[in-house]
Design a protein. Structure first.
Length: 158
């Protein structure tokens, strides 16, 4: 799984992004809780046949935006929607968020660091399956499972 997180991180760094985030007064909900701005959303799909899956999603209007078919992965875009197709790299589909990047894969000046997101998630009782080193800075990631066992990756690239 760690190898796959690294691969997904590299892919996401090239093609995915996140929206501006922060935990100041202007970034709270009506009930006073910090908003969880996790970054741009994409889905990483575990596929059985990369070529068949790529052709299927092209029929839905997606275009190949990157990846290496020879390495069994492709990134597809349809407007701001992003799908990663990965053959033989992991067993389940993964919901992916990337703090610090725009949906067009550009750096954002302001965003919430993954370690700050991690602290809020822990305060809210979310159990993490992997955690970022809170004493570090820069690139880091965390993972968790939703109540139905769906993996979620929050992957920061800078």
């Amino acid at each position: 799984m760690k190898r796959n997180v690294i691969i997904l991180g590299a892919v996401a760094a090239a093609f995915w992004g996140g929206w501006t985030a922060g935990f100041g007064d202007s970034k709270t909900t009506d009930n006073g809780r910090a908003k969880m701005d996790l970054g741009a959303f994409s889905i990483s799909l575990a596929v059985k046949d990369l070529a068949k899956s790529t052709e299927f999603y092209k029929k839905l209007g997606f275009e190949v935006a990157g990846g290496e078919a020879t390495q069994n992965w492709q990134i597809l875009r349809n407007g701001e929607k992003v799908i990663g197709l990965f053959q033989g790299m992991f067993e389940q589909n993964i919901l992916t968020f990337n703090p610090g990047w725009s949906q067009q894969a550009t750096n954002l000046e302001e965003f919430t660091d993954v370690r700050d997101l991690q602290r809020v998630l822990k305060e809210r009782g979310v159990v993490l399956t992997t955690a970022a080193d809170e004493s570090s800075s820069g690139p880091a990631s965390l993972t968790m499972l939703d109540p139905d066992g769906n993996p979620i990756l929050v992957d920061q690239h800078r």
